[in-house]
Write a protein that binds this ligand. Structure first.
Ligand SMILES: NC(=O)c1ccc[n+]([C@@H]2O[C@H](COP(=O)([O-])OP(=O)(O)OC[C@H]3O[C@@H](n4cnc5c(N)ncnc54)[C@H](O)[C@@H]3O)[C@@H](O)[C@H]2O)c1
Length: 255
C-alpha cells in the first residue's frame, strides 16, 4: 500500500475503459488499488472489467466492476452510484480513460467515425464526469483525471477525428478546472504513450514503427504499468496544488 503523499487509503476511484488486458485503464486501476484506493473497474465489456477487478482482489486490493459504455448517460449514472457505494458514499477519483481510434486520411473520414471518436472521448467524459460530480468530496481529495493524447497537442496524420476529440478534452479539462477550483476539486489531463492493444499497429507495422520510434526521445515504448504512476500522482495528495494541467507521459515525445 502507498504511504505519505501517495497514500490513497480511504479513497475510492472509478476508471473507465479499464477492461482491456494490457491497456492503460487496467494498469491504472491496479496502481490506484495498490496505493490503497477502492476501485470500480468499468468497461464497455463488462466481463473484461470483472476479470480486471478479480485480479486486483486476488492481489489483496479492493475492487468491484461494472459494465459501462461511456456513451450511455444512464449507465454512467449507475456506475458512479455503484462506485460511491464502494466508498461509503464518496467517489474521490474519476479517471476518464475509455477510448477508441478510427483512423483514416481526411478525405476518407466519415460522419460515423468522426462521431464515434467524439461520442466516446468527449461525450463519454462529459457523461461520466457529470455522473460522478455529486459524489466527489470538496475537502481537497477530489480528482478528475482525463486522458488526452499527443494527437490532441500536436496533431497526428490520419487522425483528424481522434485529434479533434482529444484536443476537445484539453479545453474540457481547463474550463472544468476553473469551475471546480471553487469546490477544491482538481481537474487534470494526462497525455500518455504506451504499448497497448490501441498502439499495436503503429508499433509493429513497418510502415509506422520506425517513424514512431524516431519521435520518442527515450527510444523505447513504455508498458502501461510504467505510466500508471503518473495517474497515482495526479490522484494523490502530492497533486493537491495542481489543476488545469496537461501532463505528457510519453518518453519525451511532446516537449
Ligand atoms: N496507448 C497509447 O499510447 C495512448 C496514447 C495517447 C492516448 N491514449 C489514450 O489512453 C486511453 C487508453 O488507451 P489504451 O491504449 O489503453 O487503449 P485500449 O484500446 O487498449 O483500451 C481502451 C479501452 O476502452 C474501452 N472502450 C472503448 N469504447 C468504450 C466505451 N464506449 N465505453 C467504455 N469503454 C470503452 C475498450 O473496451 C478498452 O478496454 C484512451 O483514451 C486512449 O485514447 C493512449
Amino acid at each position: 500500500m502507498g504511504s505519505g503523499y501517495f497514500d490513497l487509503t480511504g479513497r475510492t476511484a472509478m476508471v473507465t475503459g479499464a477492461g482491456a488486458g494490457g491497456g492503460i485503464g487496467a494498469a491504472v486501476a491496479a496502481a490506484l488499488a495498490q496505493a490503497g484506493a477502492a476501485v470500480l473497474v468499468t468497461d464497455i465489456d463488462g466481463d473484461a472489467a470483472a476479470a480486471v477487478a478479480e485480479g486486483i482482489r486476488a492481489g489483496g486490493g479492493t475492487a468491484d466492476s461494472a459494465a459501462l459504455d461511456v456513451g450511455d448517460r444512464g449507465a454512467a449514472d449507475a456506475a458512479a452510484a455503484k462506485a460511491a457505494e464502494l466508498g461509503g458514499g464518496a467517489l474521490h477519483i474519476l479517471v476518464n480513460n475509455a477510448g477508441v481510434t478510427a483512423p483514416a486520411m481526411f478525405p476518407k473520414l466519415t460522419d460515423e467515425t468522426f462521431r464515434l471518436t467524439f461520442d466516446v472521448h468527449v461525450m463519454g467524459t462529459f457523461h461520466c464526469t457529470q455522473a460522478a460530480l455529486p459524489y466527489i468530496p470538496t475537502d481537497g481529495t477530489g480528482r478528475i483525471i482525463n486522458v488526452t493524447s499527443a494527437a490532441g497537442l500536436t496533431g497526428t496524420l490520419g487522425q483528424v477525428n481522434y485529434s479533434a476529440a482529444k484536443a476537445g478534452l484539453i479545453g474540457f479539462t481547463k474550463s472544468l478546472a476553473r469551475e471546480l477550483a471553487a469546490k477544491n476539486i482538481m481537474v487534470n489531463a494526462l497525455a500518455p504513450l504506451a504499448a497497448t492493444p490501441m498502439t499495436e499497429t503503429i508499433r509493429t507495422n513497418e510502415k509506422f514503427a520506425a517513424n514512431m520510434m524516431n519521435r520518442i526521445p527515450l527510444k523505447r515504448w513504455a508498458g502501461p504499468a510504467e505510466i500508471a504512476g503518473a495517474f497515482v500522482f495526479m490522484a494523490s495528495d502530492a497533486a493537491s496544488y495542481v489543476t488545469g494541467q496537461v501532463l505528457p507521459v510519453d518518453g519525451g515525445m511532446v516537449m
